[in-house]
Write a protein that binds this ligand. Structure first.
Ligand code: PHE
Length: 357
């Protein structure tokens, strides 16, 4: 075979191989590699061209034409294959990214107010609407405000009953986590007088309190709302009226209340307040242990000693006060059986009982 014929057949088989390789390529990357392999500077076609130098000068133009034809055939095949692959790649991408609009939506996990926070807000709002002013006090309290000023002297058995968490000893007295919101009575009255106020004074004080206790109905941290009013001629009748209005508003129905004589060092007389069972309407059930009544809070007429401890003349002024447990009221309203559910932060409980705004 002459040099020229062998070059020609070399070109033909190169073209055949290349076209087959192009049609076998299934992605643009591979195709780009093939382009370099056949048409690149060090590619197969360049290799063939090197043989042209050995030809007689008269034969060169002819073989040159062949080379150019092969080159443009390969380039054309590459371009059209590339276009096809680009279309396929796009189709595949669209397919992969397809959104199934028939799938159910994903929940955003919207937050909600904790049921206790919601209860606090609700309770506080009812008293605000009745004209009570919101006040707060520190959770780390001193012995004076938590006990002494409330007529609970050091040797008083009520101190032991409070299961107090003491935190540290300050220079003059022990510090503790307040065991009730009643110290806010003292702080609010002192602040009010210091600002030149004169009774009447009506305050609602929501907040956290702490006692060393833990079971189905007790948690070491819980919430109370303290409510009190000081004025001339305040009587038990006012206390009872405010309680009845509050409880009926909170439970969204007319509730019966009864005051049972009790003892608190800082009120005299004192009463525990029961409501007619909201579950059985007083007939007697498991929740009220068959009695038809449920105890909800402690109350009384502010002890003269407490008024005097902040400098209010107890001959001229009197007041009522009560303190209620928020968790207990929320449990009764929402039918929650175990106080600990509030603090375990199980999302199933929180999303069911939480209140979204
Ligand atoms: N501070 C009392 C308690 O925590 C409740 C109370 C408040 C009682 C005000 C009477 C008056 O048990």
């Amino acid at each position: 075979m002459s040099e020229i014929d062998s070059l020609k057949s070399e070109l033909e088989s190169l073209q055949a191989d290349a076209l087959q390789a192009f049609s076998a390529a299934d992605n643009l990357n591979d195709l780009q590699k093939l382009r370099v392999q056949y048409l690149g500077k060090k590619g197969a076609l360049t290799e063939v061209l090197k043989g042209v130098g050995k030809l007689a000068p008269t034969d060169r133009p002819m073989i040159g034409q062949h080379v150019n034809k092969t080159k443009s055939a390969l380039a054309a095949a590459l371009d059209s294959t590339e276009a096809d692959l680009a279309v396929k790649a796009k189709a595949a991408r669209i397919e992969a990214e397809r959104v199934d609009v028939t799938l159910p939506g994903r929940s955003k996990g919207k937050g909600a107010l904790h049921p206790v926070q919601h209860g606090l807000d609700e309770i506080t709002a009812i008293f605000s609407q009745m004209g009570f002013v919101v006040a707060e006090g520190p959770e780390i309290e001193d012995e004076f405000h938590n006990f002494d000023a409330l007529n609970i002297p050091a040797e008083h058995p009520a101190r032991a009953m409070h299961d107090t968490f003491f935190v540290k000893q300050m220079a003059d007295q022990p510090m503790l986590l307040r065991t009730h919101t009643s110290p806010v009575q003292i702080r609010a009255m002192k602040r009010f007088l210091a600002e030149g106020g004169e009774p009447p004074l009506a305050v609602v004080a929501p907040g956290r309190v702490y006692r060393c206790d833990y079971d189905v109905t007790h948690s070491p941290m819980f919430h109370q709302v303290e409510v009190f009013k000081v004025d001339r001629d305040v009587s038990m009748a006012h206390l009872k009226g405010v309680l009845k209005h509050f409880l009926s508003t909170y439970f969204e129905k007319e509730v019966e209340i009864r005051l049972r004589p009790h003892y608190f060092p800082f009120t005299e007389p004192s009463a525990e307040v029961d409501i007619g069972c909201v579950f059985c309407a007083g007939k007697g059930c498991r929740i009220c242990k068959g009695s038809g009544w449920i105890e909800v809070l402690g109350s009384g007429m502010i002890h003269p000693k407490v008024l005097e401890s902040v400098g209010i003349d107890s001959e001229e002024f009197s007041g009522f006060a009560f303190g209620l447990g928020v968790e207990r009221l929320v449990m009764l309203k929402q039918g929650i059986p175990d106080l600990r559910l509030f603090f375990e932060n199980d999302v199933r409980f929180l999303s069911r009982m939480g209140v979204s705004k």
